[in-house]
Every structure is written in structure tokens, then in C-alpha cells.
Design a protein around this ligand. Structure first.
Ligand SMILES: Nc1nc2c(ncn2[C@@H]2O[C@H](COP(=O)(O)OP(=O)(O)OP(=O)(O)O)[C@@H](O)[C@H]2O)c(=O)[nH]1
Length: 191
């Protein structure tokens, strides 16, 4: 069974003001923290989902394949749908946003252990807040993404309402789901 690691790196960063995935956090571009968490779990392939405007800003990565979305800026649900369509041999996609400075290999390992073929997605939650952008999706969700995209629905929550979801509680007080939206979101003293 193939499980791909996917980094969502095609956002507009309009709240941040410049492309946040390339901001350096603890010596690495922000998206690299997601990349390393996937790499350390030996997920293969690793796919960076982005667009043709952002693609030239990435350095070459010999172990990465690229999804260049057309049209761009359609949001994570559309990106997931394109991943399903363009990778018919891949059963599960471990999708992680590119703006999570504390993303860790340990978290990826723990969620991978929750894969269960009775479900279409495995979604972590912390303090009742779900984390659809650090989660596993199975290609069995394709029929639903097809319908939502055709109806111009772009919400991950709409997808989760229609598929079989295994919610996994991560109740430890952990910052793994911290994400950066604004310049002021950088954890104090850590950057
Ligand atoms: N591949 C891909 N990733 C996306 C897309 N939209 C958002 N993302 C990624 O999803 C994660 C969360 O995105 P947001 O912070 O909600 O949106 P954003 O467009 O990056 O930023 P804002 O413009 O400030 O909302 C980030 O890692 C984005 O790069 C998209 O259309 N395609």
C-alpha cells in the first residue's frame, strides 16, 4: 500500500504579506519542517503541491515530485482532489500544511499507526479542534471531492461531513499544530 507524503504549499499568504513557506524558522524554510517530518517516516513519494508562480522559488529536491495546480489558489480541497486524480496508484495521502513550525516526525509516526481501511480520512484533534491540514486522506474520498469540486464547494469541513472519518485525539499539550498566519504569530523567542 502506497502512502504519499504531501506538503500543501500553494497558498497566497495574504495575511502574512509575503510567501510564508519560505520564511526561515530555526534555520530552515518553514515548509522544510513538514518536509523533514514526512522524510523521517520514509514516506514515498513526497509531493509538494504548489503552483507555477511559486514553483521557481523552491530549491531542487531530488526526492520530491511536484503537483503544479491549475488553476492555482483553489484551496486545500481542490489540491487534494488533484492529488487523487493525478496519482491513481496512491492509496493514502499524508497531507501537511507548509506553515507549521513545530511539525514533527513523532506526530507523523503516531498518526500513521491509526490508518484503518474502514475510514476515508484520519484527522487529529486537539482540545476539540480538528486539524484537517495535518491529516491522512484515502483515495476512497475521491467521489466526494469530485462532487464538491463540481459544485464549487471548497471547504475541507464539507468534505469531512460526507466521508468516514476517524478522529484521533492528541490531547497532550503539544505545539505541533501551531501554524503561522500573521507575522505576529511567530512563537516568541523561538525564531
Ligand atoms: N497546494 C495548495 N496549498 C494551499 C492552497 N491554499 C492554501 N494552501 C496551503 O494550506 C495551508 C493553510 O493555508 P492558509 O493559511 O489557510 O491560506 P494561505 O492562502 O496560505 O494564506 P492566507 O492568504 O493568509 O489565507 C498553507 O500551507 C498553504 O500554503 C492551495 O490552493 N493549494
Amino acid at each position: 500500500m502506497i502512502i504519499a507524503g504531501v506538503i500543501l504549499a500553494g497558498g497566497q499568504s495574504s495575511r502574512f504579506g509575503r510567501h510564508k513557506m519560505f520564511e526561515v524558522f530555526q534555520g530552515l524554510p518553514l515548509y522544510h519542517h513538514s518536509l523533514n517530518a514526512l522524510r523521517q517516516n520514509n514516506l514515498c513519494p513526497i509531493i509538494i503541491a504548489t503552483n507555477d508562480a511559486l514553483f521557481p522559488s523552491f530549491p531542487p529536491h531530488s526526492d520530491v515530485t511536484w503537483l503544479i495546480e491549475t488553476p492555482s489558489h483553489q484551496g486545500p480541497l481542490f489540491a487534494l482532489h488533484q492529488l487523487f486524480i493525478e496519482n491513481p496508484d496512491i492509496e493514502w495521502f499524508f497531507v501537511i500544511a507548509s506553515d507549521m513550525p513545530y511539525m514533527s516526525a513523532d506526530f507523523v509516526k503516531l498518526l500513521l499507526q491509526k490508518i484503518d481501511s474502514c475510514y476515508d480520512a484520519v484527522i487529529p484533534q486537539q482540545s476539540a479542534r480538528i486539524q484537517p491540514l495535518a491529516a491522512l486522506y484515502r483515495r476512497s474520498a475521491l467521489a466526494t471531492t469530485t462532487k464538491l469540486v463540481a459544485n464549487n464547494h471548497r471547504s475541507m469541513k464539507a468534505l469531512l461531513a460526507e466521508i468516514r472519518v476517524h478522529y484521533v485525539d492528541f490531547s497532550v499539550n503539544d505545539n505541533v499544530f501551531t501554524n503561522i498566519n500573521y507575522e505576529t504569530d511567530w512563537p516568541k523567542g523561538d525564531k
